[in-house]
Design a protein around this ligand. Sequence first.
Ligand code: GNR
Ligand code: NI
Length: 167
Amino acid sequence: MAILEILEFPDPQLRTIAKPVEGVDDSVRQLVDDMIETMYEAEGVGLAATQVNVHKRVIVLDVSEGRDQAQVFINPKIKVIDETPHSYQEGCLSVPGFYEEVERPTAVKVAALDRHGEQFIIEPDGLLSVCIQHEIDHLNGKLFVDYISALKRNRIKQKLQKEKRLA
Ligand code: GNR
Ligand code: NI
């Protein structure tokens, strides 16, 4: 197991479109385990491979209270089943310290492969629905700050770049 480095906005690598996993083998399971460990260490509810600079379509999530129910989504496919906008205050490990309201479709259906390469389908609601949409955006090079005003986004960018310079 290993803790991986999480890229921060505006790192251009975060704009990479991840490639589908061709086969769920031990190297993919190793990545999954490292991502789960990294997610827990960073106290996030989810992590996309893009954020650790691996451009494969792999997501891990844990929305449980006990932080002991990690879920793995490989090659996730998403379908909107209720477009009604639902607003949630989002944060992101790649945009540390900033939180903004983002509207997304209320309900989605997701098909993905698990760590054994078996397909499963879920219809998440609540926080899980928000998080899965947020993570799939990462795999497509998209960040929650893309949904807010350019003014707010640029302020966040400046502040994070300033913190980097001081670090
Ligand atoms: O830890 C996280 N919390 C969160 C809160 C609201 C909406 C989305 C998220 S995901 C985020 C972890 C992360 O950056 N995943 O990509
Ligand atoms: Ni994120």
